[in-house]
Design a protein. Structure first.
Length: 302
């Protein structure tokens, strides 16, 4: 049985941390200001704008301590990861979840944060939130629907997303708990304690900056691990800034994914607005959704 953390109300505190890559303090100011305008208090972790001189926002121990403190803080009702990058794999097995399991709170992020979201869902059946992080708040349009989807999600408003049809879509309906995130991290988690079971689930995937042959390799890794065998439905998000080799691979990211799952009969939606780009709607990991892929439109609703 999935546990859904309490939704937020005005006056609640959101913790802001960088458990992976470094992010300068000036890059998070718009996020802090907007969250405050939404009615929330913001508690900034030590890893945000840290004095780190390398890729990470601090040592493994420093990033672990900062994240752990926010997860255990009674006053913090949600933890928003300021950015992804790389780093959670190095600390996820050392996180203590005892208090978090007793008092679940929303953990928010995407990209590298996929590791943490998957780990929490797989091990503790607690819902998390795949959603925009601090960088998205630097968009001059603070009323864009992608940022507002995060606000609606943490406030507990049920969502229904409508998407235009795509040539590669496979029609059908699916009902199940929603799982997924960054394709590279999902493949990376296979065989670890953060791996996700996909039977009867709706899976969504997205990625950024990957070579096309590597997208093909990761899809076949999921396929060989039987991640598609009893899947209820598949949602394909953005594969932004994909790269090709000097000798062309010969297919686009969408064609690679289409062919990798061609033997299955579950519904597939391409072009869903979940990505590393501006189009990144908030999705609740572990929550039950209904996916309807029709001829003229696609609907994903809680």
């Amino acid at each position: 049985m999935i546990t859904t953390p309490q939704y937020l109300k005005p006056g609640d505190t959101i913790g802001l941390v960088c458990p992976a890559g470094y992010m300068a303090i000036d890059k998070v100011q718009a996020c802090i200001s907007t969250l405050q305008q939404w009615g929330y208090q913001v508690k900034t972790g030590n890893t945000v704008g840290s004095a780190s001189e390398n890729y990470f926002s601090g040592t493994d121990d420093e990033r672990l301590a900062d994240l752990q403190q926010m997860m255990d803080d009674d006053d913090v009702r949600a933890v928003l990861c300021a950015r992804g990058g790389y780093g959670l794999t190095r600390i996820v097995d050392r996180i203590e979840f005892k208090k978090f399991r007793e008092q679940p709170k929303w953990i928010i992020g995407f990209s590298d944060v996929t590791v943490l979201l998957s780990h929490i869902y797989s091990n503790y059946d607690i819902s998390t939130l795949h959603a925009p992080m601090a960088g998205a708040f630097n968009d001059p349009d603070k009323e864009n629907k992608f940022l507002l989807s995060l606000r609606k999600a943490i406030e507990g408003r049920r969502t229904s997303y409508h998407v235009d049809p795509h040539l590669f879509n496979r029609k059908g309906e699916a009902v199940g708990e929603l799982i997924g995130g960054n394709l590279a991290l999902l493949a990376h988690c296979i065989g670890t304690d953060s791996d996700v079971k996909t039977k009867g689930k709706i899976l969504f995937i997205e990625d950024v900056g990957e070579f096309l042959y590597n997208i093909d390799r990761m899809m076949y890794q999921l396929k060989r691990a039987d991640k598609f065998k009893k899947l209820a439905g598949l949602i394909v998000g953005g594969f932004t800034d994909s790269k090709d080799t000097d000798r062309p691979f010969g297919q686009s990211a969408e064609e690679i994914i289409r062919d990798a799952v061609s033997e299955y009969d579950f519904p597939v939606c391409f072009g869903f607005p979940v990505s590393h780009g501006r189009e990144n709607l908030a999705l609740k990991i572990g929550v039950g959704y209904k996916l309807k892929v029709g001829k003229n439109k696609v609907v994903l609703s809680e």
